[in-house]
Design a protein around this ligand. Structure first.
Ligand SMILES: C[S@@+](CC[C@H](N)C(=O)[O-])C[C@H]1O[C@@H](n2cnc3c(N)ncnc32)[C@H](O)[C@@H]1O
Length: 292
């Protein structure tokens, strides 16, 4: 195998990108994952006493290394949803209000869609889309575990290819979440089989399909509406470079909104959370407002 592939190729690729930062970033990626527990208001669950919180996370939440798996309370719904704090930032970036029309283009298993639902309060429209039927089943399962059926009346699950959505619907949503399929390097590093078959071409191919989805989303969001593009990829190729390509190919049709968060660091077109400095992520997001 060429040394541009497999574990050696991976090492070469990411140490060239992150240079002297790579060893500590790699160590953090291999470390224990932390979680935020976002409380489900329908469960009537409360964490006892005071808990550390993250500034800027507007959901009732607690922060910790290890939480027991979520469980059903007497009210009949799961007590909290566990996710990376950086993932919550994508929902904060959307700045949702009840009544808005929202599509989550790559939604499964559905954690971020669930948080969207908590913000929309069963008003407006929430479409959770995912091309994988098996993964769509997980969206239904999560919604049923966390929300009463009567609170899901504004929710629809669909199975379209999000890169082709613009062929069927245009200027239709106030807000779009595009949490795109990506390299997920943290997962690759932790899985010897994935690492053995890693190749740089995979990142490049993903960047092509991420761009296709984002370009489609730009037609699907209303003029004045916003798209949050996010990935858990480390490399710029799948993050800022996708936004840069949109600038070249769709010049003048959108602007990037630069927003700062309590965890993470600014990038050219967005915000990135990396675990070596913050203990969260990896996660990247960019906020795009359609101008015309
Ligand atoms: C990063 S995961 C989404 C995670 C999800 N947003 C969450 O928070 O639970 C990416 C998802 O995109 C879906 N996907 C991949 N290609 C797609 C496409 N062309 N159209 C729609 N969904 C796609 C995958 O099935 C996968 O579930």
């Amino acid at each position: 195998m060429s040394d541009n592939k497999g574990p050696e190729g991976f090492e070469k690729f990411y140490s060239a990108i992150f240079q002297e930062r790579w060893p500590s970033l790699k160590e953090a990626l291999l470390g224990e994952k932390r979680h935020v527990a976002v409380v489900n208001p329908f469960s009537k669950f409360k964490f006892p006493g005071d808990h550390p919180r993250i500034a800027g996370i507007s959901f009732e939440h607690a922060v910790g290394e290890v939480f027991p798996q979520p469980e059903k309370t007497e009210a009949g719904y799961a007590n909290y949803y566990l996710l990376d704090a950086a993932s919550v930032l994508a929902i904060e970036a959307l700045d949702l209000a009840p009544g808005e029309r929202v599509v989550d283009l790559c939604a499964a298993p559905g954690g971020k869609s669930l948080l969207c639902a908590l913000k929309l309060k069963n008003q407006g429209l929430l479409v959770s889309n995912d091309r994988s039927a098996a993964r769509r089943a997980r969206i239904h399962k999560i919604f049923d575990e966390y929300l009463p059926k009567t609170e899901q009346k504004n929710h629809k699950v669909t199975g379209h290819d999000s890169s082709k959505w613009c062929l069927y619907e245009k200027s239709a949503y106030d807000k779009i979440l595009l949490d795109a399929p990506c390299s997920s390097e943290r997962h690759v590093l932790l899985d010897q089989r994935e690492l053995a078959t890693w190749a740089p071409g995979r990142t490049k191919a993903l960047a092509v399909s991420q761009f296709a989805m984002l370009a489609s989303a730009l037609d699907v969001v209303k003029v004045g509406g916003t798209i949050v593009y996010s990935t858990c990829a480390l490399s710029k190729l799948e993050n800022d470079d996708v936004i840069e390509k949109l600038h070249h190919k769709r010049e003048g049709r959108f602007e990037v909104l630069q927003k700062e968060f309590a965890i993470g660091e600014k990038t050219e077109f967005g915000w990135q959370v990396l675990p070596d400095t913050s203990g969260w992520g990896p996660f990247y997001l960019s906020i795009i407002r359609r101008l015309r």
